[in-house]
Design a protein. Structure first.
Length: 605
C-alpha cells in the first residue's frame, strides 16, 4: 500500500504527550510557504497545504510492517530565532522553524494491506521521530469511504469543494442524535436536507416528525414522484382521551388541582375508569379474545360524556342507609336518595335514615368541574374526535398504523408530520409527550422490534425538554429521557433539534451519540457545547461562533472523524427563511386582508 506523498514527508514527531503530538516541519517545506507539490504527469500536478486546522494526515511509514496512525491538525505556529534564543539574538545561528500541534485520532486497519482504512481509537502511540505525510483528497475519500449503501451524502468538507462528506446511515438512525444552532444558522435547512436524503434512499422509512412552527410542509411535498407524507394539521389532530395513561389524564384534565385535598376524588376517578374499561373489554372478547387483567393505563375505550361524567356526577351525591351503610338507591330514578337528616324514611316497610356517604359525597366537586372545563375547551378538542361517538378499542389499530406509517390498503407513507403551529404553548408539550410515550410503549410490546425501526424528530426541543422541569414539561421530559436511555434496544431513536443548547435537559443530550453543531454565538450555549463534545475537539469547536450559514461540525459515531461540513441545500426548502424587510418595505401592500388572518385566529370553518 502506497500514498502519493510517500517520498515527501513534511516533518517528524518531536514530542508526544498523551494523544497530542508536536511535529517539527522541515525547513524545505517552510521555505515553500508550507506547500508541497507533486507532479502527476505532463502538465498535471497537485498542491497540498501543510497545517490546515482540521485536516487529516498520516503518521509513520507506509510499508505493511510499520504501524501507521492518523492525526488531525490543531495548531500551526512559527517559532522565530528570537524565541529560540532571545539572549543571543540577532547573533545566534538558529533559523525560523514551524511547529504543528496535532491529535492522534486513529490508526490504519492492520487487516487492510492494499488501501487506506481508518480505525477509530488508538491502542498504541506513534514512535518518536516518526515521519508525517499529507494525504490527497482522493486518499482521504478512500480512507473514510463507507461500504456501498452504508452512507448518505449530506454535504462537502468545509473549504474543500471536491471532498464529499457522507454519514453512516445505520449509525445515524440507529443512535440518538442532536442538531444545535442559533437562529439563522441554517439549522432548519440542515434538518430538511438530511431528512430528504434519508427519504430519497429509504422509501419505506418510518419517521415521526414534530413541527411546532409548520416550517417543513414545503420541504416534504406530498405529491406523485416525491415524498410519501402523512401530514396531520392541528385541526385534524386526534389523540383520543382513552389512549392516555392516568398520569397524562390527570395532568391534562386536573392540572394543578391539589392532590392532597382531592385524594378521595382522584381515588374514585381511578376506580371508575378501571371499571368502565373492564366493562367495555367484555365487548371485545368475541373479536380479539379475553384480556386477562385490565389496568388503569391500558389503552382501552370508554365513553367520556356518556359514561364517565354521568357516573362521577352520580357518585358525587352518593348516600347510604344509616342502619347498614348500604347505598340508598331511589328505585324509580336509579339515583341516590337525598339525605334525610334526622327524619325517618320508609325502607321496605321499616323506618331508616339516609345519610351522606363521607367517602363520596361532594368529594368530586372539583374533579367534575375540571373534567367539564376541558371537555368544553376547544383547545382540547383533539381529545374528543367526532368519530368517537361510535368508538371501540379496535380504533387503536388504525391510529397506530397512521402514526407509524404502516402500509394499509396498498398505501405506504414514509413520514408522519405533526403540524402543531396553532396549538397553545401549554398544550403542545403534553401532546408531544403523549405521542412519544405511545410510540415507545408500542415498540416495547412489539415481539420483533427490529422489523419496524422508528425514528422521532423533535424540533424546538428546548420548549418541552428543558433543563428546568415545570408541570407542563414534566411528562415529555420523562418520556424522552426514557427513550434516550432505553429506546435503542427497542428500535426507536430520536433526533433532538434546538436553537438554545444550554436550556436543554443534559440527561437526554448526554445519551446522544451524534452531534451536528452549527453557528452558536451565545456564551452559555458555547459552554454547554464544549461540555458535551469530546475534549480533542476544542480547536474545531472554537470556530463554531464564526461558522457561515449551513456550515456544521459533525462529530460522533455516524462519521469516522469529526468533520466541518457545508450541508447540501435542501430542495425544496423549509419555510424558515428570514423576512426580506429591505425588499418588502419598498412595495405597496396589495391583496392583503386583515380579516382572513382574524378568521384563522377564530378558527372559522
Amino acid at each position: 500500500m502506497e500514498i502519493l506523498m510517500k517520498d515527501k514527508p513534511f516533518g517528524q514527531i518531536v514530542s508526544i504527550t498523551g494523544m497530542s503530538v508536536t511535529i517539527e516541519i522541515y525547513q524545505s517545506v517552510l521555505a515553500d510557504n508550507l506547500e508541497q507539490e507533486k507532479v502527476l504527469g505532463i502538465g498535471e500536478n497537485i498542491k497540498l497545504n501543510v497545517g490546515t486546522v482540521g485536516d487529516i494526515f498520516l503518521i509513520g511509514g507506509t510499508s505493511t510492517h510499520q504501524v501507521m496512525h492518523f492525526g488531525i491538525f490543531e495548531e500551526i505556529k512559527l517559532i522565530s530565532t528570537f524565541e529560540q534564543d532571545p539572549y543571543n539574538y540577532p547573533n545566534n545561528e538558529y533559523k525560523n522553524k514551524a511547529i504543528a500541534v496535532a491529535k492522534v485520532i486513529g490508526y490504519q486497519d492492520f487487516q487492510e494491506k492494499n488501501s487506506l482504512k481508518f480505525m477509530r481509537g488508538v491502542g498504541h502511540y506513534p514512535k518518536f521521530n516518526a515521519k508525517s505525510y499529507l494525504l490527497t483528497p482522493e486518499e482521504k475519500k478512500q480512507l473514510f469511504s463507507l461500504d456501498e449503501g452504508a452512507g448518505i451524502a449530506i454535504g462537502r468538507a468545509s473549504g474543500v469543494q471536491d471532498e464529499e462528506v457522507s454519514i453512516h446511515i445505520d449509525k445515524f438512525l440507529g443512535k440518538h442524535s442532536v442538531i444545535l444552532g442559533s437562529t439563522g444558522s441554517g439549522k432548519s435547512s440542515t434538518v430538511a436536507s438530511i431528512m430528504q436524503s434519508v427519504l430519497k434512499t429509504h422509501q419505506y422509512s418510518h419517521i415521526v416528525f414534530f413541527d411546532p412552527h409548520d416550517e417543513y410542509d414545503t420541504a416534504f411535498p406530498n405529491k406523485r414522484g416525491s415524498y410519501k407524507v402523512n401530514k396531520i394539521n392541528a385541526n385534524d389532530l386526534s389523540i383520543p382521551y382513552w389512549l392516555l395513561n392516568f398520569d397524562e389524564f390527570q395532568s391534562i384534565f386536573l392540572g394543578e388541582v391539589d392532590a392532597n385535598k382531592n385524594s378521595n376524588g382522584i381515588r374514585i376517578l381511578k376506580e371508575v375508569i378501571v371499571t368502565l374499561k373492564e366493562s367495555k373489554q367484555e365487548e371485545l372478547k368475541n373479536a380479539v379474545g379475553e384480556i386477562s387483567k385490565v389496568n388503569i393505563n391500558a389503552p382501552l375505550y370508554f365513553s367520556f360524556h356518556e359514561d364517565l361524567l354521568p357516573v362521577l356526577i352520580k357518585l358525587n351525591k352518593r348516600t347510604i342507609w344509616s342502619s347498614d351503610n348500604e347505598p340508598a338507591i331511589d328505585i324509580e330514578t336509579g339515583g341516590f336518595l337525598p339525605s334525610s337528616g334526622n327524619t325517618n324514611v320508609n325502607r321496605d316497610g321499616k323506618n331508616d335514615k339516609v345519610h351522606q356517604d363521607k367517602n363520596y359525597y361532594g368529594e368530586l366537586d372539583q374533579i367534575i368541574e375540571k373534567l367539564q372545563s376541558v371537555f368544553s375547551d376547544r383547545r382540547y378538542q383533539f381529545l374528543f374526535p367526532s368519530e368517537m361517538n361510535n368508538a371501540n378499542s379496535t380504533l387503536f389499530y388504525s391510529f397506530m398504523e397512521s402514526l407509524l406509517s404502516v402500509p394499509t390498503d396498498g398505501k405506504a407513507n414514509q413520514l408522519t408530520i405533526f403540524d402543531l403551529s396553532t396549538l397553545p404553548s401549554e398544550v403542545l408539550p403534553i401532546i408531544i409527550g403523549v405521542i412519544s410515550r405511545i410510540c415507545f410503549e408500542y415498540k416495547l410490546w412489539d415481539s420483533n422490534p427490529k422489523k419496524l425501526p422508528l425514528y422521532l424528530v423533535f424540533e424546538e426541543a428546548h420548549n418541552y425538554i428543558p433543563k428546568e422541569t415545570t408541570s407542563i414539561t414534566r411528562l415529555p421530559k420523562k418520556y424522552l429521557s426514557r427513550i434516550a436511555k432505553e429506546g435503542r434496544k427497542y428500535g426507536i431513536n430520536q433526533l433532538i433539534v434546538s436553537q438554545r443548547p444550554s436550556d436543554l435537559c443534559e440527561t437526554i443530550i448526554s445519551q446522544c451519540s451524534n452531534f451536528f453543531v452549527m453557528r452558536v454565538t451565545n456564551p452559555n450555549d458555547q459552554s454547554f457545547i464544549n461540555q458535551v463534545l469530546p475534549d480533542h475537539l476544542n480547536t474545531l469547536s472554537s470556530m463554531i461562533p464564526f461558522f457561515q450559514n449551513g456550515e456544521c461540525l459533525i462529530a460522533g459515531e455516524c462519521v469516522t472523524i469529526p468533520t466541518k461540513v457545508i450541508i447540501n441545500p435542501p430542495f425544496p426548502e423549509p419555510n424558515s427563511s428570514d423576512v426580506k424587510f429591505s425588499s418588502v418595505w419598498k412595495k405597496r401592500l396589495i391583496n392583503y386582508k386583515v380579516k382572513d388572518t382574524i378568521h384563522r385566529w377564530w378558527d372559522v370553518k
